[in-house]
Structure formats: structure tokens, C-alpha cells
Design a protein around this ligand. Sequence first.
Ligand code: PMV
Length: 321
Amino acid sequence: MPDRATATAHPNIALVKYWGKRPGPGNIPATPSLSLTLDALTTTTTVEVADADRFVLDGAPVADPKIDAFLQALRSEFDIPPLAATSASNFPAGCGLASSASGFAALVTAMDNALGWGLDRDARSEWARRGSGSAGRSIVGGFGMLSERDGRWVARELLAADAWPLRVVVGITSRKRKAVGSTAGMERSRMTSPFYGAWVRSTEEDFADAERAVLERDFGRLARVAESSCLKMHALMLSSDPALFYWNAATVECLHRIRMLRDAGAEVFFTVDAGPQVKAVCTADHESAVRDALEQVPGVDEVLVSGLGAGASCTVSPAPA
Ligand code: PMV
């Protein structure tokens, strides 16, 4: 057993969104979801056996209830010694760039290797999903689908990254941590939004539609279903009580500019998660026009560009003597 391992994982962004959990244990999503894994954003996590549990995130020690609950769930099934985990990302955390997806995918992959469990991809996806719903999708690369199969909620790769090499342009409009995290926000929507049932039903249809669009490389169809899923999720958030409102003025302006580019013939569509950042998905031919347009929006702080990436992977290193 190596005792120490380092894993990397990339965040993913959902084109068909997940927002809402089934009541009960296991962090089971209420809906399937479909995503893209990004290559330019990376989380790297090293896990090693230590004298006490320690968790360091981007250079600072953290005590995070989500991580504690995750370790507790793992410890109910595996014999786990005290662990030190050190995790760093090359992008800001907690502001709608899916750092928890890459974070839990890298953590479970590093633990699996450090502790010699030999989990297969489905089992790692299932465990990552228990840490954070969307993290199950960062175990796979390219286009990922998280849905129920044979009673298990695991991700599978619908299409590899190089099979349809779309580009993602991210407009960062704020680096503030979100006021309401996804777990509390989802529960609020389930309990209070009058639209919750319609959301769950229509997401099943969007999921089937998006799967077909990806398999047929039908950009127009994927653009329609992805924007619709995003806007329906935000309508659900806005109709929760108290309302969940994650956008700022620059977010809205970016959406208008992306639609204007599309009206002028560019292959591009937007999506926004639980935060104010805008992700524009486009074909390589239109990447520079999209980047230029987002850079000109007042309030856009930085624009990142990414291709599609691989699933979580591990490099094992021996523990220091
Ligand atoms: O993985 P969580 O619990 O942070 O939820 C992710 C929720 C969204 O990013 C808004 C949508 C999604 O499917 O990723």
C-alpha cells in the first residue's frame, strides 16, 4: 500500500442541470444531469496517512462539514487511518466554478490510491457524488452523464473530449463566496418552489434531448436545451422562498451579448451555475469572438478559456521516510 497519493481532477459544468435531491440518505439527485469536463481548470490533491486528520485547502487549514460528512460516510464502510489531505486549485473556489466537483473527485481518487482500495470508475463516481452531487461527473472526461443505472447513480462518459472538441469561455464577474451553498439552496427549492415538480419532470426530457444532441454533434439542438435547462434552474431558484438570486448585472449583460453573437451566426450558447460566472460554450471557430465580447462587458473581471478535459487521474508516490 503506497500510503500517499496525488490525484488531479477538473471541474465540470452541467448543460442539463441538477438542482434538488431525493429525500433520504446517500446524496441521491432528484434528476439526471449532463456535463462537460474542463481541462484548463485543475484541482490537485495529495492524501497521506498522518497522526491526525488534517485538511488544507489552497494553503489554509479548513473544517468543512461537507468534507467531515463525506469522511464519516467512507469510514462507515472502510477502515481508514487518520489522513492529511492537501488540495489546491488553479481557479477561485466557492463562487460557481464547480470547485467542489473537482475537489471531491480528486479526493476520492487520491484516497483510493493511497489506501489501496482498488475502486473501479463507477465506485469512485458514486463516492465522489456522495461528497458533492456534481463531483460524480468529474470522475469522467469529455461529456459526462450522471443518471440512475441498475439502482446506482454513477457517471458515464457519453463522448470523449476529442470526439467533439468544443471550447468553453468563462466570464468571471465576482470572486465572492456564494451566500447560500448548493445543498441548502436545493432543499429550499424542493420545499418552497411551486415549480419544483415541473422542474424534475422537464429535466428528464431535457436529459434525453441533450444526450441525442451530443451523440449527433447537433450544436443548435444542444444550445437550445442547455440554455433552457439553465434558465429553468434559475427560475426555480428565483421562485424559492426566500428567493435564491445568484446573478449580478454583468452576468445578465454577458447572456445578452452571447445571444447577440448567436443571432449574428456564431455557434455559442451560455450556461450559469449557482454563482454569477457565465460559461459560454462554443465551437473553436468562434472562440476568439466570444472571448472578445465577454472581455468588453463592464464588470467582467477575467475571462478564462478551456477545452474539454479528461476524468480524474492519479499519480502515486511513496510516503516520505
Ligand atoms: O454538486 P453540488 O451539490 O455543488 O451541486 C451542483 C449544482 C449546479 O452546479 C448548480 C448544477 C450542476 O448540475 O452542476
